[in-house]
Every structure is written in structure tokens, then in C-alpha cells.
Write a protein that binds this ligand. Structure first.
Ligand code: PNS
Length: 163
């Protein structure tokens, strides 16, 4: 049976930590879908379509091929999983705080549609990297290049930040 997994997130913007988790997940499953989902709890930096485009370019730059990148905005994340036949969600967890944040969602997603969640630990080199930190540094004019793929840095340098 083909194993299909979904790596969901805001990816606003995609970070080197995300790429690390995607690369690790790709080694564990036959097919991988990276799905950008709007998180209403977070003030967005980039439009969803732009986040998808940046992930595609970042994966290309990193030599990661064969990953489906898309967005989902019409319902529950597990609806997407059911639609594509994915049985597993993959989340990167950097700390016990991340596990605490993710655990209720994992249990709800299992109750909703029998979708299991697998937690992967990123390389400790990326342990402190988060999109929210990157958004804050970018908004305040700091250098985000240690935390994001080159394509993200180039995009923000060229286009500036949306209001
Ligand atoms: O990168 P983030 O912001 O931590 O990702 C959180 C995200 C988008 C994966 C989470 O908010 C989510 O799963 N949203 C989908 C909405 C949904 O299905 N909610 C019910 C079960 S948790």
C-alpha cells in the first residue's frame, strides 16, 4: 500500500526548519503533500499563493523533488487528507512547548477522521527557528538570511513586506 503523508502549516514564510522536516518526512513516506493552511490565530505576512510558490522554489533550490505543494482553505485539514488518501500528518516539534501545542490537534484529527500525527525532531541547528520569529525580524528590518531559504530572502528583499 502506498503511504501518503501531509505536512501542514502556515509556512508564513517557509523556513530552513520546515525544509529539514520535509526532507526527513520524505524519507519515511512514499508520497508527501505540503499543505499551506491559513491559521486565523496568526497575523499573516504573505498571501497563501505566495507561500505555496516560495515553498515550491525553496524545495527546488534544496534539490527536494517529488513533493506536492498546495493549499487548503475549504474545511478541515483532515478533509484534505481523506481526499488524497493520506493517513498521516507530519509535524516538526522543536521543544516540549511545541508538543503541548500540537497534542490536542493530533487527538482531534484522529477523532475526526482517524488520521494519525507523527512528530519529527528537526536538526538542533534549526531548533530556535520559527516563522513567527522570522516575521518579527523581517518586519523590524533585521537579517532573516540565517533562518530562511535564499528564495524567501530574495523575495522579501525585492518585494518588501506587504502592509
Ligand atoms: O504552522 P502552524 O500555524 O503552526 O500550522 C497550524 C495548522 C495550520 C496546521 C493548524 O492551524 C491546522 O491544522 N489548521 C486546520 C484547521 C483544522 O482542521 N482544525 C481542526 C483540527 S486541529
Amino acid at each position: 500500500m502506498t503511504s501518503i503523508a501531509v505536512v501542514p502549516g502556515s509556512f508564513d514564510p517557509v523556513t530552513l526548519g520546515h525544509l529539514d522536516v520535509i526532507r526527513r518526512a520524505q524519507g519515511l513516506f512514499d508520497q508527501l503533500h505540503v499543505v499551506v493552511v491559513h491559521n486565523p490565530d496568526k497575523k499573516a505576512l504573505l498571501p497563501i499563493a505566495q507561500r505555496v510558490a516560495l515553498i515550491e522554489k525553496a524545495l527546488g533550490q534544496a534539490g527536494i523533488t517529488g513533493v506536492t505543494v498546495t493549499s487548503w482553505s475549504v474545511g478541515l485539514l483532515v478533509d484534505y487528507c481523506v481526499e488524497v488518501g493520506a493517513k498521516v500528518l507530519v509535524k516538526g516539534v522543536r521543544s516540549p512547548a511545541d508538543v503541548s501545542y500540537e497534542t490536542p490537534m493530533a487527538i482531534v484529527n484522529r477523532k475526526l477522521a482517524d488520521i494519525e500525527t507523527v512528530f519529527l525532531m528537526p536538526d538542533p541547528a534549526h531548533g530556535h527557528v520559527s516563522s513567527s520569529l522570522v516575521r518579527q525580524v523581517a518586519r523590524l528590518g533585521g537579517d532573516i538570511s540565517p533562518y530562511v531559504p535564499q528564495v524567501v530572502k530574495d523575495f522579501i528583499d525585492t518585494n518588501g513586506l506587504p502592509d
